[in-house]
Write a protein that binds this ligand. Structure first.
Ligand code: DX5
Ligand code: ZN
Length: 219
């Protein structure tokens, strides 16, 4: 089966004081820009409030894939769709009404994503599958870039791929994706890959995105 591969660089490890030029480095070779929103409550780190995130979304030349690592996400998630994100991902662990929130994101015209932390099992969320455009399987504990890829998440990725079946749902992995690990994730069934430090710490970020895409496409 041939599936589309998407590379979605995360700007978490990019230079925040110069985001436009950082985005420009990877814009022509990437599918979406992965925007990590952290509130220092759901995760022990802070990145953007809604106002500064909205500015990045407006100014980005790439469509934005927002990954919301914030508590009580039900209210704010539709606002990210309204702000122009192509995709808005909420955490299963942070959402009170998952179905309503996913539907609200979709209704505004963005893709709806459901993210699972490493300890959260996909089998507990099968009821929401019809409201999901993308599952995000975390391959690190959310909160920081530059962590080690958790190979033991690959069974969850394979199980999610089997559950997706022929549905047009993307399967994203996030955390520790690099030239060393992307093929493992692709072999397990992932088709959408977040890479932060691997891309922005590379000498040539665009060449790294292309190298990652080639490796993922081989599987
Ligand atoms: C972690 C974030 C990731 C992070 C990935 O909580 O969700 O998107 O930026 O960074 P790397 O690729 O360095 O693990
Ligand atoms: Zn992320």
């Amino acid at each position: 089966m041939s599936i589309d591969i998407r590379i979605t660089p995360s700007i978490l490890n990019a230079d925040f004081s110069n985001l436009q030029s950082e985005i420009a480095k990877i814009a022509t070779v990437s599918d979406l820009l992965h925007l990590d929103v952290m509130d220092n409550v759901f995760v022990p780190n802070f990145t953007f409030d809604f106002e500064s995130a909205s500015k990045v979304i407006k100014e980005s030349s790439l469509p934005v894939d927002a990954h919301l690592m914030v508590a009580d996400v039900d209210q704010i998630a539709p606002a990210y769709a309204q702000a122009g994100c192509a995709s808005v991902t909420i955490h299963a662990e942070a959402t009170k009404d998952i179905s309503a929130t996913l539907r609200a994101i979709r209704k505004i015209g963005a893709r709806s994503g459901l993210a699972l932390k490493p300890a959260t099992q996909i089998e507990d969320y099968l009821d929401f599958i019809d409201d999901v455009d993308m599952f995000l399987i975390m391959t690190v504990e959310p909160g920081f870039g530059g962590q080690k890829f958790m190979t033991d998440m690959m069974s969850k990725v394979s199980r999610t791929r089997a559950i997706i079946g022929s549905r047009p749902i993307w399967l994203q992995v996030d955390g520790g994706v690099s030239v060393e690990t992307i093929e493992i994730a692709a072999d397990a069934g992932a088709d959408t890959f977040v890479a932060g430090s691997a891309v922005f710490n590379a000498q040539d970020p665009a060449a790294m995105v292309t190298a990652l895409r080639e490796l993922a496409s081989k599987s």
